[in-house]
Write a protein that binds this ligand. Sequence first.
Ligand code: IMP
Ligand code: MG
Length: 198
Amino acid sequence: MPKREKAVQQSRRTPRERVRVLITGGRIQKRIQALAMEIRKDFPGESLHLVSVLKGGVFFLTDLARNIPGEVSFDFIAVSSYGQKTHSSGQVRLTRDLDSSIEGKTVVVVEDILDTGMTLQYLLRLFEQRKPKHLRVAVLLDKPERRIAAVHADYVGFSIPNEFVVGYGLDYAERYRNLPYVGVLLLGPGLKKKRAED
Ligand code: IMP
Ligand code: MG
């Protein structure tokens, strides 16, 4: 078989994307149970209002909510961000607001990942204006190396290296959100890691 044809056939057989498991579903569940207890211990007897960022934060929110004893309510917000490449300021825009007021409530913002911090910085500024009783942040994953905005998360599931991850709510072009684990996305025939800023 001519060399070129063979290469084409091989590249068809070789998957162009693969996911390498970074954090198993079991480890995620165990960590969330511990975070849920920590949050409840910090606010014993209080009604907790969890606010999650669509869509990535939803898996984390539902598992966290199931593990927090006592009274819990939740709401959702959606934002779209212009990446660093297309917009130098990394601007964030609100695309769906909360259903109800957070005034006087003990609010925990639940996010999938804290990366540059631009999204959370925007949300925290917005929520602070609405006068909650307490405002806390829970993130499943933290990539401290990529931080631009000075944002602090009160509850962190796992600190991870600067790699592009998918699964457990996190997507690559809307895919892989349904994976029960978190994995590093490998791209291309040589399956190189996707760079976080791509
Ligand atoms: P930040 O505003 O840069 O902190 O970005 C937060 C958002 O970027 C997250 O809510 C994710 O939607 C997305 N994001 C950041 N890092 C990753 C990643 O490694 N995989 C998938 N999405 C990511
Ligand atoms: Mg997100």
